[in-house]
Design a protein around this ligand. Structure first.
Ligand SMILES: NC(=O)c1ccc[n+]([C@@H]2O[C@H](COP(=O)([O-])OP(=O)(O)OC[C@H]3O[C@@H](n4cnc5c(N)ncnc54)[C@H](OP(=O)(O)O)[C@@H]3O)[C@@H](O)[C@H]2O)c1
Length: 256
């Protein structure tokens, strides 16, 4: 057991779709109390349950984080899953867009972790699970900024794990491969993060990347792979620091 309370509680960011939504369902099915957080809360995406609470949370907003800490009460496991994608050449990426990606993927994750660590340390138990990406394992074109935002969290989490370990608090990474079943690509496209303002000189590279993304793949990641990896990170104290989620991520990790 993670805590002395009768039911363990997990708080997950970015539960409106994709990996976060599936992870919330997975833990609800296993009798955990789930605090599912969303920028725009709508409980109807999850099955009705007296163990479910839906809270508003924007990880780029310090006041929103503080309100979520107060409203959530004691939490045993924090999953930093909220994230945004960006495909563009560096030359096509405005500094404002770069900041937006880092504010969510990097600073948002670190700020959430900082907000919840005190209660975990005081109770002497708990787990912080940060969701990054297999693109941090293999360099790919037009992903320099996105990869940097996620690789920073790999390094952050591995260092943080050392300083929290003496207090009985664990930190782990879940590293998914490519998943087309989530809203990730659509959200990037809808928010001007897919090739917007790309200089013509890079047009062929973008065409190759997007064509490659549309090809059927032998190995890929399902949301259920991510939920299972989060489950292991939350419940198995002897699990490795990095949990690869999805057949493609596992193959890439083996090739490194
Ligand atoms: N899909 C992939 O191929 C893939 C591969 C590796 C890693 N990942 C990572 O996996 C995580 C989940 O992605 P996904 O594939 O499930 O994509 P998704 O369906 O787009 O889900 C992303 C979630 O993050 C939320 N979010 C975005 N900005 C936020 C903010 N400022 N505050 C709070 N929530 C915010 C979104 O909420 P809204 O509905 O409000 O936008 C959405 O719920 C991300 O960290 C992503 O980088 C994805």
């Amino acid at each position: 057991m993670l805590s002395e309370r009768t039911q363990n509680t997990i708080l997950i960011t970015g539960c409106s779709s994709g990996f976060g939504l599936e992870t919330a369902r997975y833990f609800l099915d296993r009798d955990w109390t789930v605090v599912a957080t969303m920028r725009d809360p709508h409980a109807n995406v999850l099955p009705a349950s007296d163990r479910l609470r839906v809270l508003e949370l924007d990880v780029t907003d310090a006041q929103s984080i503080a309100r979520a800490v107060d409203a959530a009460g004691p939490v045993d496991v924090v999953v930093n899953n909220a994230g945004v994608g960006l495909i563009n050449a560096l030359e096509g990426t405005s500094i404002d867009l770069l900041r937006e990606v880092f504010e969510t993927n990097t600073i948002g994750t670190i700020a959430m972790t900082k907000a919840f660590v005190p209660q975990l340390r005081e109770r002497g138990s708990g787990v912080v699970i940060n969701v990054t990406s297999s693109v941090t394992l293999r360099s790919l074109r037009l992903l320099s900024v996105y990869t940097a935002s996620k690789a920073a969290i790999n390094a952050f989490t591995e260092s943080l794990a050392l300083e929290l370990e003496p207090f009985g608090v664990r930190a782990r990474l879940v590293i998914p491969g490519g998943a087309s079943e989530t809203s990730f690509g659509a959200n990037a496209r809808a928010n001007g993060r897919l090739g917007k303002d790309l200089p013509d000189a890079y047009a062929d590279q973008l065409a190759q990347v997007t064509t490659g993304m549309q090809q059927p793949r032998e190995r890929f990641t399902r949301s259920s792979d991510v939920a299972e990896a989060v489950w292991r990170a939350a419940t198995d104290p002897s699990c490795p620091m990095r949990l690869y989620a999805g057949a493609d991520a596992i193959a890439w990790a083996e090739a490194v």
